[in-house]
Design a protein. Sequence first.
Length: 577
Amino acid sequence: MASGKNESFRERKQRLRQSFIAQFPGRLARARELLAGLTSGTDPRAELETLHLIFHTIKGSGASFGFDSINASAKAAEQALREALDQNAGVTERLILDLDQELRTLEALDLVLEASPDPGPSFEIPARQAADGCTRERRQRLVYLCDDDPIIAQELSGQLSCFGYQVIPFVTLDALRHAFLSERPRAIIMDVVFPEGLDAGPAAIAALNASIERPVPCVFMSSRNDFSARLRAVQSGGNAYCAKPVNAVEMAEILDQLTNRNPPEPYHILIVDDDPDVAQFFSMVLEEAGMVTRVSNEPERVPDALDGFDADLVLMDLYMPNCSGPDLARVLRQMPGYLGLPIIYVSSETNADRQFKALEVGADGFLTKPLAPERLIAEVHLRAERMRTLRSLMIRDGLTGLFNHNTILQLLEVTKAACRRSQTNFCLAMIDVDHFKSVNDTYGHPVGDQVLMALSRTLRLRLREVDLVGRYGGEEFAIILVGADAEHAKSIMDELRADFAEVSFFADGVEFHCAFSGGIAAYPQFSTASALVDAADRALYRAKRTGRNRVEIATNTTEPANMPPAEPISSGGGEAQ
């Protein structure tokens, strides 16, 4: 971490420590006032709860800011009060004497003198995640392809361009070298055999990478499939090897892995703590690690804070006035959308039984104050990452990685509501692979899966960031095109349709192509989600019946009765023709 950032972190932490010091006398005065009002033999539970919260906050906050002298007395007072509350023992003379002794010890401390030694952060801030607002890179990634067969070079380049790559083909090694010196690509696809020799391709890659500090990823392709050729490719720095004829879908998947430099979206963390200084300290640490945080000091405001935040995890204090951490966890677990949201308690509570009882309401973990910043970052990162993985499995289709049927319908409702408020147009496109049953019957379901994966990749890479794509069922896909009218949406889908038709698929040495048909329904012409789906399906049905490999726009009129027959298309699960 740069020194400038260290200074900034120290300064902010110092301000929070000074704030704690400034509030410390007032907290002790409030505790003294409550203690003076206690009378042996009574059971003023509200006063005992408030006293417990004061000492609990002093202990946890003081430890977080490095005031070790506070810990013993505040902890002893907190435990005495917790036992009295748990056992319903009321106020005893022994309790009053113990609290008075610990309070006198705290009142005698001079935190101003103790505050000076703080050296600032003693931990290494991990590399930042994506900057705020970072989106997935949309520009085409530059790839060089070199094969002395011009037909193969042109055909494979054209197919890979359908998957979002800018592929420049070369037929000589000299031409590739010249281009490499002018502009370095994200990856190279290289044939093994050239007129210069049986291993000329690997030799050329080895020479290019030797001249630069960081090698460019390379995928070798060849009609040679012997061990010697593969070994030479590995020794020259090859990252992958594809036997000819090259499967464009598999090649695109390899390129994805080799060229994906995009950092993940930053984790969104909601911090709930009634102590503003501690909450801000946790926020500061997590934001230095590249996360996005939101702070709430009042439990009743947490639902509003979660709205629109897309939280990956909630860090929550255990003891808060009026609403404890477990009570808040119960509230969230009863609200739609938050049943699986990870909740982690951060508290100075060390009693294992109380920790376990707090976890029973549906929380996912317990972190004990004082909490070292590096551990806070590691724990939050681990749990937030797991949450994203689980959430992805819940809303994504396993084969294509697109939104699944239920999720895309929910997103359609959300989009409709948002566009109604902003008075924005959008379209729903339903597309279906033509003659897909024949593909499965002729070449087998694994090949059919490749077709679906290729189409899903085409949609993901070629559509805009704001567009939403889901697998509606079987070989049918749903696309929500925000801000597009019907004609614009048709133009987009026609371009995708033409590109997809150029992709070559191979099965048992046989090359074949696929196409899709589509139907488009526009909002607000069709004003409900169900009406949009029905209209887009009708338009898709019309495209199937009038020749396939085409896109139709839905109208408010019913379909004519004298149209030629066609095989039924899928409606959320079956295979279509």
